[in-house]
Design a protein around this ligand. Structure first.
Ligand code: ARG
Length: 322
């Protein structure tokens, strides 16, 4: 809001000074009279551009000097935990690399806050994070309440099943009455409701939960982002993509609280840069490499000591073995 006003004032000043410059020349008053709407618009746009160049929009973040980013690290290769050589979990993924680049370019310190996907937009709305970088689809429903950056990645949607069921499940009707999963709070829940309305639709907090339940037979199918599905299938060859799922709002964007125009413009500037200079391709390649490094990927949450939390299943298996 503040920034918009500022840009408006700047544009006004620029227009005034342009008019002042012109007034000395003989053509100025005549030009003013003859000027058609299109001409005025062009001039206004030029003045806007000049204003933007002259005064970069003010960037406000919730904590001074810090860019606070919410993400749900269950989503390789977008965001996940990578176990480094010393056995320490590190946040990795192309969303994290992009977040770091945005912070670096803006001269801010990056603080990534891991949380379940379902909570990110609420944290954004409550002013606890500046950006949601978590493979967000900028759906029209979300755009009513939140602003989105330009797209930084194009991906599709997939329906995932076990390879063993390949011949059994050849269309959505085969899932009537059966458990089909999607991540809670994701657009995939909507895809499940639209495509498998008669299935027993189960929302789970993490995509890694969906994978576990597919592998253990608690789910028969799941709606998952294609890049993520492909990554998990590489790591778990018992799973496969049954088919692609059409979805209107393709691509991933960064979510912002409405009206934070300075930050949104700055973020868009960085996105433009990483797409143009090949950095984004590098971030994706690195993320895919790290996510394919068998035994080194952990997509779940960490406990309060920063330690890897074992899944309930693992804990149960261990307890049984003792
Ligand atoms: N693109 C989907 C959505 O916006 C799923 C994103 C899930 N992201 C994650 N990190 N789990 O709803």
């Amino acid at each position: 809001m503040k920034k918009k006003l500022l840009a408006g004032i700047m544009a006004g000043i620029m227009a005034l000074s342009l008019a002042a410059c012109g007034s000395g020349s003989s053509s100025a008053p005549a030009a003013e009279e003859k000027q058609d709407a299109a001409g005025a618009a062009t001039e206004a746009a030029a003045a806007d551009d000049a204003a933007a160049d002259a005064a970069p929009a003010e960037i406000t973040t919730i904590a001074d000097g810090v860019l606070t980013v919410g993400t749900s690290p269950d989503f390789a290769p977008y965001e996940f935990y990578y176990i480094d050589e010393s056995g320490n979990p590190q946040l990795a993924g192309f969303d994290i690399a992009l977040a770091q680049r945005i912070a670096d370019n803006l001269g801010l310190e990056l603080k990534v806050v891991p949380m379940d996907f379902d909570g990110i937009l609420m944290e954004l709305q409550n002013g606890n994070i500046d950006l949601g970088i978590s493979g967000f689809s900028p759906s029209p429903e979300r755009a009513e309440t939140f602003d989105f950056s330009d797209l930084y990645y194009m991906g599709g949607q997939s329906f995932v099943i076990r390879v063993a069921d390949k011949d059994k499940y050849t269309d959505y009707a085969a899932f009537d009455g059966l458990p089909v999963g999607a991540q809670t709070g994701s657009i995939q829940m909507g895809l499940a409701e639209a495509n498998t309305p008669n299935a027993n639709i189960i929302g789970l907090p993490k995509v890694t939960d969906l994978i576990n339940e597919l592998l253990s037979g608690k789910l028969e199918g799941a709606f998952i982002e294609t890049a993520v599905a492909e990554q998990y299938i590489k790591n778990y060859p018992d799973l496969m993509i049954a088919w692609e799922v059409p979805y209107d709002t393709e691509g991933s964007a960064i979510a912002l609280k409405k009206g934070n125009d300075g930050l949104r413009e700055a973020v868009n500037g960085v996105i433009k840069e990483v797409l143009a200079d090949g950095s984004m391709d590098e971030y994706i390649a690195t993320a895919q490499d790290q996510a394919s490094d068998e035994g080194s990927v952990y997509e779940g949450m960490l406990d309060e000591n920063g330690e890897v939390q074992e899944s309930a299943d693992e804990a149960a298996t261990e307890a049984a073995a003792e």
